[in-house]
Design a protein around this ligand. Sequence first.
Ligand code: NAD
Length: 227
Amino acid sequence: MKHIVVLSGAGISAESGIKTFRDADGLWEGHDVMEVASPEGWARNPELVLDFYNKRRRQLLEVEPNLAHKSLKELEQDFKVSIITQNVDNLHERAGSSKVLHLHGELLKVRSSLNEELIYDWQDDVKLGDLAEDNSQLRPHIVWFGEAVPAIEEAIDIVETADILLIIGTSMQVYPASGLINYLPYGKPIYLIDPKRPECSLPPQVHFIEATACNGIGTFLKLVKEE
Ligand SMILES: NC(=O)c1ccc[n+]([C@@H]2O[C@H](COP(=O)([O-])OP(=O)(O)OC[C@H]3O[C@@H](n4cnc5c(N)ncnc54)[C@H](O)[C@@H]3O)[C@@H](O)[C@H]2O)c1
């Protein structure tokens, strides 16, 4: 079976009703990202940060995977499929995809603010005073801007074994995720689904499908079955 590696970003969940942030002038649900997604923002105003992710978590429980998430699950009938997602939602898992690696953390997990290995499943709001086993304040299990991305080595190993790379709904602005494309073996095809061409320069073998995730996935399926 050929191995399709998918790199997904906020755009794949847009049609489920979760906003991306680059489409809103760099604001994430009305907030400067550095206010709600950086260690400095957390140090300045932990209550605001907790409140922000509490809202995202509540919203996640109300939305559903869309056709693009579901089609990636169906692709597993004919291909080995590995998903590397920058998203913190769980819509790939809820669509049934079996191999999902989260690069930037997960909304439905929290962790100790001192020890990044003390991680807990969490569905409710997190409040100031909710503590981990080490007595530190619980924080969202999210990789914030400026923090290391522990899953990047595993993601590189996955991309190095790809026969086809499919990129969906990412502005390719967030490093190191955007650098993963450089680990694809030489000559392997890249498909990119996005209503807007990313501003970064792309290798010549990129087949750009200018469409939303739900519309573009059908075109991709047709092309890939002809490969
Ligand atoms: N759903 C989520 O989990 C979520 C939502 C917002 C932000 N984030 C976080 O923000 C960071 C942002 O980086 P990013 O590159 O993923 O997102 P981004 O906001 O920087 O870029 C979104 C991309 O999606 C495209 N897009 C918009 N609507 C689309 C649609 N219907 N179908 C397909 N593509 C569409 C845009 O043109 C853009 O290229 C990530 O680290 C991520 O963790 C996550």
